[in-house]
Design a protein around this ligand. Structure first.
Ligand code: GLN
Length: 196
């Protein structure tokens, strides 16, 4: 049976996620209002601008019902701004931006710095036999992860050390990069396979 997956389509890269999920055979619904949440088996929160998405979630009345669904266990994939919207703690966010706080990580908005605001990097992802091309666009930097968060990929930082770029806790998976901006469907596939 094809899975019914919502893509939050208030702002940002919803079209690319929709295309990737449809290629994998999912039945994709665009989510813009609370009534669009009905019947979803999973949801993707795309990249874009977390401040704008937060504002539109509130003004459309979608924030509260979606927060309830995620805390009740709806599987969610959040990419880039989506990671920020799901993180428990956000540094350098706008004071009025809200987060679902459903994965125990601290992220710094635009944390990779101005010079390297956008870059690509081959990532070694747990369970994948070949590298995945990570596209980073003004990405959040994961500053800390609770030990209960499962890290699936990290990146070496210029100043030394490494940072998580793909991780999972319970029903919530987040990436700081944009898997929807490559032709590689493996992250969407992993997300769909975990619904079974
Ligand atoms: N910097 C953006 C934000 O704060 C995220 C960028 C992205 O999603 N590509 O929401």
């Amino acid at each position: 049976m094809p899975k019914t997956v919502g893509v939050l389509a208030l702002q940002g890269a919803s079209r690319e996620h929709t295309a990737a999920l449809e290629k994998l055979g999912a039945n994709v619904l665009q989510v813009r209002m609370p009534e669009h949440l009905r019947g979803l088996e999973a949801l993707v929160i795309p990249g874009g601008e977390s401040t704008t998405i937060s504002m539109l979630l509130e003004s459309s009345g979608t924030f509260e019902p979606l927060a309830d669904l995620i805390s009740e266990g709806l599987p969610v994939l959040g990419t880039c701004a989506g990671m920020i919207l799901l993180a428990k703690d956000v540094i350098d966010g706008r004071p009025d931006q809200k987060s679902f706080a459903q994965i125990d990580i601290t992220v710094r908005r635009n944390g990779f710095g101005r010079q390297i605001a956008s870059f690509e990097s081959d990532l070694k992802i747990s369970g994948f036999t070949t590298p995945f091309r990570g596209v980073f666009i003004r990405a959040p930097l994961v500053q800390s992860c609770d030990p209960s968060v499962e890290t699936l990929a990290t990146i070496e930082l210029d100043g030394g050390g490494q940072s998580t770029v793909l991780c999972r806790q319970r029903n919530v998976t987040v990436s700081s990069f944009h898997p929807e901006l490559t032709d590689d469907l493996r992250i969407h596939q992993m997300f769909l396979e975990n619904l079974d």
